[in-house]
Ligand binder design. Structure first.
Ligand SMILES: [Fe+2]
Length: 483
C-alpha cells in the first residue's frame, strides 16, 4: 500500500454499522434530497440486529443482536421514519436483569444443561426475531429461525406479543424467508423437526387461514442448516448443504447453535425437490459441496429445474460474520458469494452450475410478485468491491446478459435492495429500488431511492442517526388491508 489513507483497515470505516443504536424516534418528515415519486405510497418495514451488549456482556455474532424495527412511510413525496426495539421476551428479560439470558445464534448465556435444553427446544427459546418481517392476513410478524414469531403494529412499531399459530407443524428450526405463491394464494415454508428421526416438514398456509398444513415430510438424519429455500411453479426446493447438525449434540453439548454446525463436504449438496401439488418427493439431486444463505429464484423449463442461488465454496462466511472480524479487531477476508445457476435434470443426473455474474452479490431481491417461480432477468443485491470492504455497492444484475449496473459512493455501505414495481408497469425493472445506506463519514444513514431501470439516484431521505446493518425488510402498499 502506498499511502497512509490506504493503510487504514477498511473495517474501521464501516464499523459503525455493527455498533448499537439506542435511540428510538418517530419523525413525520425526513429531510429529502431529490424528488420522491408521488406514486410511491406505502411503508417499508425493515428488521435487523441493533443492540450488541447487555450490561457488561457482549454478543459475539452479527446475527445475535436484539431486533430493531424501522419503518419508512411514503405519501405525497414525503418520507416519515420511526424505529423501535422489538419487545421480545429475550429483550425484555435482558433489560430487566442486565444479563444475557437466552441463547442466540452464536452466544450462549452459560446456563445449566437442563435450562439449555429448555432454551433450545421449548417455547422459551429466544424469540429475538431479528431477521425478517412477513404478513399473515392482517397480522405483521417479525421472524427469525426459531419458530417464535412476534406480532407488531406496522404503524407504531409497538410489539403485540408472541404469535401462536392455531395449527403448528412440529419443528424447532425454520426459515425467516417464507415464500408466497400468488397464483395458488398460499404461503410456503419449511421447519426442521429434530428428534430421534429428524425430518424437514414443508407446509403451506392458504390465504385467509392461519393454519399450517403439512405438505411433505422428508427424513433427515443429520439436518442441514438452510436459511432459505426455492419455490418454482410446481416445486419446493431444499438445497441441503453439507453444513449439518446432530440433534442430540445440539441438546446436550451446551455450545451456541453456530458451533454445533459441522461442515461435511464429502456429503456434497443435495437438492431435495418436492412437488407442492401432492407433497411427493420428485427426487434428490446430488451436486458438489457448497453453502448458501439465499436462494434468488427458481423456475422450470421442460424437464429441467433452474435454481439460482448465492453460493459459497464452504461455510466460512459464518465465521467471517462474527463481530470481532466485522469490527476489524481480528480482521480477515470476508468470503464473497457467487450468483450461481444450478441446473437440475428432473429425470436424473448431477446438479451442475454456471456463474451468472462476475460480481459478488448478497441479500438478493427480485421483482418477486411478478417473477418468483418464473423465468426472469434482474437481480438486485448488495455487492462488495473487495474481500474486506463488506457491502459497499448496490448491484442490478442482468442474468440474461451477464451484465450489471453498480451504485456506490465513497464511505457508503448499503443494505438490502428492495424492488418496488411502478403501478401498471409492464417491464420487469420498471420501478424503484429502496436501500438503507450507512454514510460512515457523516455517521448517519439515509434511505436511498434508485430508479430501477437506470439504477441512478432519484432521491434520498436522511435519518438523524446511524442504522446498524440490518438483514431484511418488506414493502407494503397498505398496512390496513389483507393481501
Ligand atoms: Fe436472509
Amino acid at each position: 500500500m502506498s499511502s497512509s489513507v490506504e493503510q487504514v483497515e477498511p473495517q474501521s470505516k464501516y464499523k459503525l454499522g455493527f455498533t448499537t443504536l439506542e435511540d428510538e424516534i418517530a419523525m413525520s418528515d425526513l429531510p429529502v434530497k431529490g424528488t420522491v415519486p408521488t406514486w410511491l405510497s406505502g411503508t417499508l418495514v425493515r428488521n435487523g440486529p441493533a443492540k450488541f451488549e447487555v450490561g457488561t456482556q457482549s454478543y459475539r455474532h452479527w446475527f445475535d443482536g436484539f431486533a430493531m424495527l424501522h419503518h419508512f412511510s411514503f405519501k405525497d413525496g414525503r418520507v416519515g421514519y420511526a424505529n423501535k426495539f422489538l419487545e421480545s421476551n429475550a429483550y425484555k428479560t435482558a433489560k430487566e436483569t442486565g444479563k444475557i439470558s437466552f441463547s442466540e445464534f452464536a452466544t450462549d448465556p452459560c446456563r445449566s444443561i437442563f435450562s439449555r435444553i429448555q432454551t433450545a427446544f421449548s417455547p422459551k427459546a429466544s424469540d429475538n426475531a431479528n431477521v425478517n418481517v412477513t404478513r399473515l392476513g392482517n397480522r405483521f410478524l417479525a421472524m427469525t429461525e426459531i419458530p417464535v414469531p412476534i406480532e407488531f403494529d406496522p404503524e407504531t412499531l409497538k410489539t403485540a406479543g408472541v404469535y401462536d399459530s392455531p395449527n403448528r407443524v412440529p419443528g424447532q428450526l425454520t426459515t425467516a424467508h417464507p415464500h408466497y405463491d400468488f397464483e395458488r394464494r398460499e404461503a410456503y415454508n419449511y421447519i426442521t423437526h429434530m428428534a430421534r428421526q429428524s425430518s424437514y416438514n414443508v407446509y403451506r398456509i392458504p390465504s385467509g387461514s392461519e393454519k399450517e398444513e403439512l405438505v411433505s415430510s422428508q427424513p433427515a438424519s443429520e439436518p442441514s442448516y438452510m436459511h432459505s429455500f426455492g419455490l418454482s411453479e410446481n416445486y419446493v426446493i431444499l438445497a441441503e448443504y453439507p453444513l449439518v447438525m446432530q440433534p442430540l449434540e445440539l441438546m446436550v453439548h451446551g455450545k451456541p447453535f453456530a458451533e454445533n454446525l459441522h461442515w461435511k463436504p464429502e456429503r456434497g449438496t443435495n437438492f431435495v425437490v418436492i412437488d407442492k401439488r401432492d407433497g411427493k418427493l420428485v427426487g434428490t439431486y446430488h451436486g458438489a459441496a457448497f453453502f448458501a444463505f439465499h436462494h434468488v429464484n427458481a423456475f422450470e423449463k421442460g424437464d429441467d429445474l433452474i435454481v439460482d442461488i448465492i453460493g459459497y465454496n464452504d461455510s466460512s462466511i459464518i465465521r467471517a460474520l462474527y463481530l470481532d472480524v466485522l469490527r476489524g479487531e481480528s480482521p480477515t477476508d470476508i468470503p464473497m458469494g457467487e450468483l450461481r445457476r444450478y441446473m437440475i435434470h428432473l429425470k436424473g443426473g448431477e446438479a451442475e452450475y454456471v456463474v451468472l455474474s462476475k460480481e459478488g452479490p448478497e441479500l438478493p431481491r427480485i421483482n418477486y410478485k411478478k417473477f418468483n417461480g418464473k423465468e426472469y432477468r434482474y437481480v438486485y443485491a448488495t455487492g462488495s468491491s473487495g474481500p474486506r470492504a463488506f457491502a459497499d455497492e448496490l448491484l442490478k444484475i442482468d442474468v440474461q446478459k451477464a451484465s450489471s449496473k453498480v451504485w456506490s459512493e465513497p464511505d457508503c455501505y448499503p443494505g438490502e435492495a428492495v424492488f418496488i414495481s411502478r403501478p401498471s408497469a409492464l417491464a420487469e425493472d420498471d420501478g424503484l429500488v429502496l436501500s438503507i445506506v450507512l454514510d460512515a463519514k457523516a455517521a448517519n444513514s439515509f434511505l436511498l431511492i434508485l430508479d430501477a431501470t437506470t439504477f441512478t439516484e432519484v432521491a434520498r431521505a436522511v435519518v438523524p442517526h446511524h442504522i446498524p446493518f440490518g438483514l431484511h425488510g418488506q414493502y407494503y402498499e397498505t398496512t390496513t388491508k389483507s393481501l
